[in-house]
Design a protein around this ligand. Structure first.
Ligand SMILES: Cc1cc2nc3c(=O)[nH]c(=O)nc-3n(C[C@H](O)[C@H](O)[C@H](O)COP(=O)(O)OP(=O)(O)OC[C@H]3O[C@@H](n4cnc5c(N)ncnc54)[C@H](O)[C@@H]3O)c2cc1C
Length: 401
C-alpha cells in the first residue's frame, strides 16, 4: 500500500496563509483572554471569524456550495494544524469541535431541507451547535450501546426523555444533535436514532455547566435534560435506528481532525520551549546545550512527526472511502498521548516560567488532557485495536486451514 505524503500546492499555500493569520491576528486575542474563549464572548468570536472570512481562510473543510474550500481529509491536516497553533484558531476558521464534526455529519446524512436549515447557518458561522450522546452512569460513555435516553413515537413526531452530560458548546447552541434509543434496551448494539432539536424546544433544558479542567471552548460542557421533548418527524437525522452507524460517520473523521488541531498546540509548545532553551543560560551553557534538555526537545520532535504520519495515514484511508476504524483509533490514541507528552516536556524545559501565566503552557496542558478521554478514551481504543488485530489473525488462520 503506497500513500503520497505530498500536499497539493493550493493546500500548502492555504496552510501557510493560515499559519501567518493565526500568528498575527489570533494569537494576540488568545493571549489577551489567557486562552479562555468564554472570556472573549460572542463579540470576539464574531471578530475573529470576520477576520478569517476577510483573509479568505474561513471554513476550509466545507463544500464550496456552503461557502468553504472543500478540502478533503488529507488537505485538512496541515491547515487544521496551522489553525490549531492557537487555542482560538479553530474558532476563527469555524473548524472547532463540536461544530466541525457536526458539519461533516450533516453533509453526509442530512436531507436537502435539513442542510439548508441546519448546515448552512453552521457553515457560515451564524450559529453554533452541539452533539449530545454521553450520559451520566449507567448510560452511554465509552460504551455507546449503554444509551438510555429514549425516543418514543407520538402523533406527529417523537417524544425524547433522558439526561445527557459533558455536551460541549450546548449553552448558546442553536440546536443539538441528540442520540436517543428508539428500539432495544441499553446494551443492545442497534436501536439508536439521531434527532435535530432546536434550542427553543421547551423540552430541552441546560441543567448546569459541568466544571472542568479545560476552558477553551464556547458554551461549556453542559448537563442537559430532555424532558418530554417533542420533535416532528422531520427532526430525524438519517434513518430511524441507524444512529450508531451515523455516529461512526462522525467519530472517525472527528477524532482525526481533533488530532490535527492539537498537533498545532504541540508545535506551539515546542516553539515556546525551544525559544526558552536557546535563550536561557544555566551552569555555564545554554539550556539547549544540556543533554537532558536536548533529549526532551528531540522526543518532542519525534512525537510530533510520528503523530503527523499516523494522522495522514488515517486521512488517506478516510479519503479512499474506507471506514478507517483501525487507523483513526491508532492515530487518535498515539496523538492524544503524544501531544500531552510534548506539552508536559515543553513546560518542564521552561521551569517556573512554564507554570506561570506569562506563557500559555499550563493552559495548554489543561486543554489537551481531556483529549485522552473524549472521542474514545485511550483504553477503549486499545481494547478495540487489539480485538481487530486478533480477529484478523483468526480470520487469516481460518482461511488458511
Ligand atoms: C472535555 C470533554 C468534552 C466532551 N464533549 C462531549 C460532547 O460534546 N458530546 C458527547 O456526547 N460527549 C462528550 N464528552 C464525553 C466523552 O465522549 C466521554 O467522556 C467518553 O466517551 C468516555 O465516557 P465516560 O466519561 O462515561 O467514561 P466511562 O465510559 O465511564 O469510562 C471510564 C474509563 O474506563 C476506562 N475504559 C473504557 N473502556 C475500556 C476498556 N474497553 N477496557 C479497559 N478500560 C476501559 C477508561 O480509562 C475510561 O476513561 C466529552 C468529554 C470530555 C471530557
Amino acid at each position: 500500500m503506497s500513500i503520497d505524503l505530498g500536499h497539493d500546492p493550493v493546500v500548502s499555500e492555504l496552510a501557510r496563509h493560515t499559519a501567518e493569520f493565526v500568528r498575527s491576528v489570533v494569537v494576540p486575542e488568545e493571549e489577551a483572554f489567557a486562552g479562555v474563549a468564554a472570556r472573549g464572548g460572542d463579540a470576539m468570536r464574531a471578530r475573529l471569524q470576520q477576520a478569517a472570512k476577510d483573509a479568505g481562510l474561513f471554513a476550509p473543510h466545507v463544500p464550496a456550495q456552503f461557502g468553504g474550500h472543500g478540502l478533503d481529509m488529507r488537505g485538512r491536516a496541515p491547515v487544521f494544524e496551522a489553525a490549531g497553533y492557537s487555542l482560538f484558531g479553530p474558532l476563527a476558521l469555524n473548524i472547532a469541535a463540536p461544530d466541525e464534526g457536526n458539519m461533516h455529519m450533516l453533509e453526509a446524512i442530512a436531507t436537502a431541507e435539513q442542510k439548508e436549515r441546519y448546515l448552512r447557518p453552521l457553515a457560515t458561522g451564524e450559529v453554533r451547535s452541539c452533539f449530545a450522546m454521553t450520559e451520566p452512569a449507567p448510560g452511554a460513555g465509552s460504551d455507546p450501546t449503554a444509551l438510555t435516553t429514549r425516543a418514543a413515537k407520538e402523533p406527529g413526531g417523537w417524544r425524547i426523555d433522558g439526561r445527557k452530560w459533558f455536551i460541549t458548546g450546548a449553552d448558546g447552541a442553536a440546536y443539538a444533535i441528540c442520540m436517543a434509543r428508539t428500539s432495544g434496551e441499553p446494551g443492545h448494539r442497534g436501536g439508536a436514532t439521531m434527532f435535530l432539536v432546536d434550542a427553543d424546544n421547551p423540552g430541552m433544558k441546560i441543567v448546569r455547566h459541568v466544571e472542568t479542567l479545560d476552558e477553551s471552548l464556547y458554551g461549556g460542557h453542559c448537563e442537559m435534560l430532555f424532558d418530554g421533548c417533542l420533535v416532528p418527524h422531520d427532526a430525524v437525522l438519517g434513518e430511524v435506528d441507524k444512529g450508531f452507524d451515523y455516529a461512526q460517520v462522525r467519530l472517525g473523521p472527528a477524532r482525526t481532525t481533533h488530532c490535527m488541531r492539537w498537533l498545532g498546540i504541540a508545535a506551539r509548545a515546542q516553539d515556546i520551549a525551544v525559544a526558552r532553551a536557546a535563550d536561557r543560560r544555566l551552569f555555564g551553557s545554554r539550556l539547549a546545550e544540556l543533554g537532558m534538555v536536548q533529549a526532551m526537545i528531540a522526543d518532542n520532535e519525534i512525537d510530533i512527526a510520528a503523530s503527523r504520519g499516523l494522522v495522514l495515514q488515517a486521512c488517506w484511508e478516510l479519503d479512499q472511502g474506507r471506514s478507517g476504524a483501525q487507523s483513526t483509533a491508532v492515530a487518535k490514541t498515539f496523538t492524544a498521548e503524544a501531544v500531552w507528552r510534548v506539552v508536559d516536556r515543553s513546560l518542564q524545559i521552561c521551569g517556573s516560567l512554564g507554570i506561570s501565566g506569562d506563557v500559555l503552557l499550563s493552559r495548554f496542558l489543561r486543554e489537551v488532557r481531556p483529549f485522552r478521554i473524549y472521542d474514545g478514551p485511550s483504553e477503549t481504543h486499545r481494547w478495540a485495536i487489539a480485538r481487530r488485530v486478533v480477529r484478523r489473525h483468526l480470520d487469516n488462520h481460518a482461511s488458511a486451514s
